[in-house]
Design a protein around this ligand. Sequence first.
Ligand SMILES: [Fe+2]
Length: 280
Amino acid sequence: MITMGMLIVFGFAFQGFFGVAAGILIASLVGLGYGWVKKERFFIRWSLLALFLDLLCMIGFYGICNIGQPAIDKPLPFNTIVSNPLKQKNMKHAMPQLPYELEALAPLISKETLDFHYGKHLQAYVDNLNRLIEGTPWESLSLEEIIQKSDGGVFNNAAQAWNHTFFFQTLTPKQGEMPENLKAKLTESFGSPEEFVQQFTKAAATFFGSGWIWLVADDKQQLSIVAESNAGNPLRDGLKPILVIDVWEHAYYIDYRNRRAEYIDAFWKLVDWKKVAERI
Ligand SMILES: [Fe+2]
């Protein structure tokens, strides 16, 4: 005689939660069918109970897996990836390589600032992110996907890792002339490159608290300046990051103390215009 216990054990032949749940589901349906054919109320009663509990567990587990993961309407319509594109499930997020030496931006941004800003702050965001997502569904997602979907500590650390990577990649010790295509685009959106610099500088200088000032492009390729508090990242709004300045105090306090305006002046002397133009 086939017992309910044997049918449920059959489910454990599958691997993983949903495999086990599917096994129990099948076993419950078989038990239900058997009870119906044999007119055995015992099988019908216990099969229905097992089916109900199984469905309840599946719904609950699915909910837990998807907490804080709102659906993405559409994938990013542009290629602004700073994370490791080869990242596989269970691989840790890695520290990005700086495109220059730690002392290369001195004296405008000192080695000591980068030792802390890159070596301590960014390292902490990357380490925290890896620790927070270990063993969770976030582990299999790219940095960009995590930023789009997450909230709380996972978002803060993922976005700070992305923002800092993008910021450090925007700087160079060998600044060249602004490419013509960037000049034309800034003129189209702001009136002139000089006017853009003035507006961006004002936004950075007057921003209250910690955050990021971004130059972004929308889906019509129109450029605008966006201020984001804390770890804010325009990828969340479907906007394409072009340029950013970090206005957290840790970005400039060692070199400039509270004189943010001097730090912003230094930033303009270090922007890699060629790299910025390539992002448009
Ligand atoms: Fe920072």
